[in-house]
Design a binder for this molecule. Structure first.
Ligand code: ADP
Ligand code: MG
Ligand code: MG
Length: 254
């Protein structure tokens, strides 16, 4: 059973500390939702774990199955089994989804390992059936002229093809409409039900998404760290009461 351990992580942008001691363990098969007010460092956390060069890790560690990923390049992190949706280019005119995904799968394989066409298409079609995606979809160019929902469908298909150990999904700023929301949720739930269910860190401030993807754990992030954890009922409480009570609790605890 794989796991991602985020240990007392500190992240700065320039000289400014943004993430200030974030700790969380995600076991394979678990869905952890991270919620929290705007500007508390949720996207910073995801980007730094992805290896974005603008985000400096100033303390703590991130371990995948006991091995630190912090010294790895982004593509090495992917090969180790981390899926980071936003590391993929947003639009690649002239490159079909089928060819793009093939390159992505090939890149994740160990050196010397070969992906033959028959095996690849078998796997691709099996994943598409699982996600109820039309075969015609794969001949389109990556994200070119895609609706928000189609972009999400492409992203979810990538995730299914790569079979990551742990996936980081930051849905906060993507402006999902209800159709895109449902595509993400159905895709995640289909993979959750499978044998190779990834661990998922789902960053969102839409409580509504959590009606579709029912998380095992909900964490509130504030001021760069987790200040409260609970189960799915915490998301409902936050929707009803907002974040002010969490901020007040946090202020009096300091
Ligand atoms: P969240 O995703 O929780 O809304 P972010 O991680 O996007 O929060 O932002 C946390 C803080 O870091 C904010 O104060 C934001 O202004 C700042 N920040 C984020 N990205 C950058 C950047 N590239 N350059 C400078 N400041 C940034
Ligand atoms: Mg934000
Ligand atoms: Mg964000």
């Amino acid at each position: 059973m794989s796991k991602l351990e985020i240990k007392d992580l500190h992240i700065s942008i320039g000289d400014k500390p943004i993430v200030k001691g974030f700790s969380l363990t995600i076991n394979q098969g678990e869905v952890h939702a991270i919620m929290g007010p705007n500007g508390t460092g949720k996207s910073t956390l995801a980007k730094a774990i992805a290896g974005h060069p603008d985000y400096a890790i100033t303390g703590g560690d991130v371990l995948l199955d006991g091995v630190s990923v912090l010294a790895m390049e982004p593509d090495e992190r992917a090969r180790a089994g981390l899926f980071l949706a936003f590391q993929y280019p947003s639009e690649i005119p002239g490159v079909s989804i089928a060819n793009f995904l093939r390159a992505a799968v090939q890149a994740r394989m160990a050196e010397g390992e070969e992906l033959d066409a028959t095996g690849y298409y078998k796997r691709l079609y099996a994943k598409m059936d699982l996600l109820k995606i039309d075969r015609k979809f794969t001949s389109r160019s990556v994200n070119e002229g895609f609706s928000g929902g189609e972009k999400k469908r492409c992203e979810i298909l990538q995730m299914a093809m790569l079979e990551p150990k742990v996936a980081l999904m930051d849905e906060t700023d993507s402006g999902l409409d209800i159709d895109a929301l449902r595509i993400v949720a159905e895709g995640v739930n289909a993979q959750r039900a499978g044998a190779a269910a990834p661990g998922i860190l789902l960053i969102t401030h839409y409580q509504r998404l959590l009606d579709y993807i029912v998380p095992d754990f909900v964490h509130v992030m504030y001021d760069g760290r987790i200040v409260k954890s609970g189960d799915k009922s915490l998301a409902l409480e936050l929707e009803a009461k907002g974040y002010d009570w969490v901020k007040q609790e946090y202020a009096t605890s300091q």
